[in-house]
Design a binder for this molecule. Structure first.
Ligand SMILES: Cc1ncc(COP(=O)(O)O)c(C=O)c1O
Length: 442
């Protein structure tokens, strides 16, 4: 028996539409009430397998572990808020000391906020104050947040930007989206023209490198379509930043916390940034934004940047307990993400052999995207069909999220059992097969 919208679901959705301003809610009528590990339970008692982790937040299981929940409960009973930016508290300091051990040598300064957007806002301001320069380079298709500073860098969809300008001084450059190369080339014979382009055009004709504070980069683009660039591209960006004396900021808000197989996705490329931003999975379900800087960049002057809730004790209690778990289980998490990710990729590539509607399969670790096309030659995006595939999966109790124009992201908890991963992939296979058949007939 497939999913059926019950009365309770209908009622909540109706009330939501009356009172809430519209955000980014999709078509899935998922009204969650509880979760445990691999599953989400809705208001009618339906259990859904989670291949979306509420946007890569529950990387280590829905509703996180008992240990995390106990740490949160214990902190609530002691003290929830201590205005950590204005006074002192030990827990956020301990957490930061342990956190920086997960970063390359030389990383040692941490700033806390409440979200990925804010972590990037901070990184924009820090880039400017550390370099005393103003411009930021960012990529087309990127997503760095929706607050005005971070939105100045975001450029994955017009709807996100329309009517919100004027923006900060950001200059956008093409990302290595090899399936749809902006230069019409093929990798690797392209010679990574997208890197040369930045040197030849924006940095030679539009903005003096002397005025550029930083280049912001998602090591793997998330909202823009789960786009995995070639290693040479990421290395090339690092070189451009170093050669021209500006900073490289890695936005690991979605790709971090083992999502792409390593704690930092950028480590997959053998590249170090000068600043990293994180959020989503870091708080194990509670809001936290983290900006980590290279110690040699120095410190910010008193009063230059701060906030109210950064370092909130409850969020940090969750983040700290999660970090303890991660540090104890690092190699297992890495190998799980690798083997489970490889299994998912293998299944998807096999599906690609059978279903014309699959244009591209790409991913690293368990950060995997499938891009759908109406025609493999023209690569016309199959956006409607992608939505139908997601709907079909949902009707079979599998939660997925879209990305880009016609991509589905596959991001289960890294801790998900193999049996459940297989189960989810079977649902995906059946759903794609059905919609692929309809595409052929239509
Ligand atoms: C790469 C990246 N950066 C920043 C953000 C913004 O994070 P938040 O929604 O927590 O503000 C997101 C959110 O999806 C993201 O994927």
């Amino acid at each position: 028996m497939g999913f059926k919208i019950g009365k309770k679901i209908r009622a909540v959705i109706r009330r939501d539409k009356e009172v809430m301003l519209t955000t980014t809610k999709g078509e899935h009528p998922l009204v969650s009430v509880s979760g445990d590990g691999d599953y989400i339970t809705d208001i009618e008692g339906n259990r859904f397998l989670d291949f979306a982790t509420f946007i890569s937040v529950y990387n280590f299981g829905v509703n996180s572990s008992k240990e995390v929940r106990n740490a949160v409960k214990a902190q609530i009973d002691k003290l929830m808020h201590a205005a950590f930016t204005d006074f002192y508290a030990e827990l956020p300091v301990t957490f930061s000391e342990n956190l920086v051990k997960m970063f390359p040598k030389g990383f040692g300064r941490v700033f806390f906020s409440n979200s990925g957007s804010e972590a990037n806002e901070a990184a924009i301001k820090f880039s400017r104050i550390f370099t005393k320069k103003q411009y930021i380079l960012a990529f087309y298709n990127s997503f760095h947040g929706r607050t005005l500073g971070s939105l100045s860098l975001t450029s994955s969809k017009l709807a996100q930007r329309e009517h919100f300008g004027p923006f900060n001084s950001a200059i956008h450059v093409p990302y290595a989206y090899c399936y749809r190369c902006p230069f019409g080339k093929e990798y690797p014979s392209c010679g990574i023209e997208c890197v040369d382009y930045i040197r030849k055009y924006p940095l030679s004709k539009e903005v003096s490198p002397k005025e550029v504070a930083a280049i912001f980069m998602e090591p793997i683009q998330g909202e823009g379509g789960y786009i995995v660039p070639p290693k040479e591209f990421v290395k090339g960006i690092r070189e451009i930043a170093s050669d021209n004396g500006f900073l490289m900021v890695a936005d690991e808000v979605q790709s971090g916390y083992f999502r792409a197989g390593k704690f930092l996705a950028l480590d997959n490329f053998g590249v170090e940034a000068d600043m990293y931003t994180m959020a989503k999975a870091a708080g194990a379900g509670l809001p936290i934004g983290i900006t980590v800087t290279r110690k040699s960049l120095g410190d910010t002057p008193p009063g230059a940047h701060s906030n109210t809730f950064g370092g909130n004790l409850v969020s940090v209690a969750a983040a700290n307990e999660l970090l303890n778990y991660i540090q104890k289980n690092k190699s297992k998490l890495e190998s799980d993400a690798k083997t489970k990710g490889a299994y998912i990729m293998k299944r998807l590539n096999k599906m690609k052999d059978s279903y014309e509607i699959i244009g591209d399969v790409r991913g690293m670790g368990m950060m995997i995207g499938v891009e759908f096309v109406r025609d493999r030659k023209s690569k016309e995006p199959a956006a409607k069909e992608r939505n139908k595939i997601m709907e079909e999966c949902f009707n079979n109790f599998l939660v997925l999220l879209p990305s880009g124009v016609s991509t589905i992201r596959i991001i289960p908890p890294i801790t998900m059992s193999m049996a459940n991963i297989e189960k989810g992939m079977d649902v995906i296979d059946g759903s794609i097969s059905k919609i692929n058949r309809q595409l052929k007939v239509g």
